[in-house]
Design a protein around this ligand. Structure first.
Ligand code: GDP
Ligand code: GDP
Length: 445
């Protein structure tokens, strides 16, 4: 086995039952390396080769400790956790996003904090946005912003990917903040069967181009191809249309939402290709919703535009449907195009680049707080049970997608409608069309 670069080691740490093994199994799949299955031997640490998108790393998990039946359980857990942390280049500290913080969480967090290793705080069991209440409490751990994921359902892995990328030396230039020009912009093209994905891939990449097949550093069955658009590097990642073109899949797959999920996680901008004759069908909406939940930027391609006679009204109808059916990506760009003739393909790429810029945008704390003040003045939060909910100040926690934290009191009682008012305000004031906006709240102790 040859290794070009030293392996990055990732440790999953947390109290029992938060879902460490589940995440470990998801990242390692069937490639589990060293499991000691001999009866009577307590499995203290497991390790394996983890993969997420094109990242490959050594992963260490401290699961199984709760089954230890001799000695001081707590002492052993502590020792094993410390050992795992010591080996790690980055620690995934996991809490249960539904359960809220426990004394055990605090104890493990303490070990992590004292190690001074880089840490990514992961709030698990947050599928379908459920139970983020517990995650908000975790701000008090002082380990940064909790990242909601669901190890069991595979949600939030795109965010995890983004968080891990900076720890991989050869991927340094992928950090948009460091070198915007050098890093390829990762796009995926998804859509219903027959929307025209393969045709568009051919059009974009050109048939003479070599496709990058499965090779070192790329997940076994994923395909990607790099090309340039107006001097800008673009990487088309694991897209159903691409796989079809590359004949990696022999028989024509039945393309479905499940295929889209894979591509979406590792793209920065997702192009959702619609058939202009039947745009925004149920399956299109599911895919769009998934893109928003995964925190990716979204652009719509309205394909087969060559077959549309009443272009003006058709585009207006599509815009109206988008605003009505997908408020979570309000203002997303719709690019009419014909993958077959090439008309509008340039416009689509311009929309992709523009949306990528929005997705990466950072709003200054001063501007954000000016906005907050004006917003509260115009329409203050309601009183709940006779008491005012107060919002005091805010900051942008991260970009990719734009994520904000507002600090105040009783914020967990804010009604949904008020949260929507805030999100819409952020979107309009800071011109953030077509990207999911994340807004969380925090009550300082
Ligand atoms: P560990 O002790 O931290 O390794 O936790 P496990 O991976 O053994 O998971 C503990 C329990 O949580 C199991 O019943 C899992 O099925 C469940 N679990 C793990 N991840 C998730 C998740 O994302 N969502 C939900 N709802 N349950 C999960
Ligand atoms: P996929 O299943 O999404 O990959 O779709 P394909 O690329 O295989 O296209 C499905 C069908 O739509 C094929 O017969 C294409 O020739 C046709 N098609 C794709 N793009 C266009 C377009 O822009 N205009 C027209 N008229 N037909 C198209």
């Amino acid at each position: 086995m040859t290794e070009a670069a030293p392996r990055i080691t990732v440790a999953i740490v947390g109290r029992p039952n938060v879902g460490k093994s589940t995440l470990f199994n998801r990242l390692v799949g069937k490639r589990l390396a060293l499991v000691d299955d001999r009866p009577g031997v307590t499995r203290d640490r497991r390790e394996g080769e983890g993969r997420l998108g094109d990242l490959v790393f050594r992963i260490v998990d401290t699961a199984g400790l709760e089954h230890a039946d001799q000695g001081s359980l707590e002492g052993r857990m502590r020792a094993q956790t410390e050992a795992a942390i010591a080996e790690a280049d980055v620690v995934l500290f996991m809490i249960d996003g539904r359960a809220g913080l426990t004394a055990d969480d605090e104890r493990f967090a303490d070990l992590v904090r004292r190690s001074e290793r880089p840490v990514i705080l992961v709030a698990n069991k947050a599928e379908g946005r459920a139970g983020m209440e517990g995650a908000y409490e975790s701000y008090s751990l002082g380990l940064g912003d909790p990242m909601p994921i669901s190890a069991e359902h595979g949600e939030g892995l795109g965010d995890l990917y983004d968080a891990l990328v900076p720890f991989f030396p050869e991927q340094d230039d992928d950090e948009a903040e460091e070198s915007e020009e050098g890093a390829p912009l990762r796009i995926a093209i998804v859509g219903r069967p027959n929307a025209g994905k393969s045709t568009l891939v051919n059009r974009l990449v050109g048939s003479e181009r070599m496709l990058t097949g499965p090779e070192a550093g790329i997940t076994r069955d994923s395909v990607s191809v790099d090309w340039e658009w107006r001097g800008r590097r673009v990487r088309l990642v694991d897209t159903a249309g691409l796989r079809k073109k590359a004949r990696i899949v022999d028989k024509l797959e039945k393309l479905s939402v499940a295929d889209a999920i894979r591509s979406i996680k590792f793209a920065e901008v997702v192009v959702l290709l619609l058939d202009a004759a039947t745009p925004f069908e149920k399956q299109d909406l599911s895919i769009a919703d998934l893109v928003a939940r995964e925190g990716r930027a979204l652009v719509f391609g309205l394909n087969k535009w060559d077959l549309v006679d009443d272009r003006g009204p058709a585009l207006a109808r599509a815009r109206e449907a988008l605003d009505r059916l997908l408020p979570q990506v309000k203002g997303a760009l719709i690019a009419p195009l014909s993958a077959e003739t090439g008309e509008g393909v340039d416009r689509l790429m311009a929309a992709v680049v523009k949306t990528h810029e929005v997705w990466n945008r950072r709003i200054s704390t001063a501007a954000l707080n000016r906005w907050l003040e004006a917003t509260l003045e115009r329409h203050p939060p309601p009183a709940v049970a006779g008491k005012r909910i107060k919002l005091r100040y805010g900051t942008q926690a991260k970009a990719r997608p734009p994520s904000f934290v507002l600090f105040g009191t009783r914020t967990n009682e804010l009604p949904e409608s008020y949260v929507r008012y805030l999100v819409n305000g952020l979107r309009e004031t800071f011109d953030l069309p077509g990207v999911p906006i994340r807004l969380s709240f925090r009550t300082p102790e």
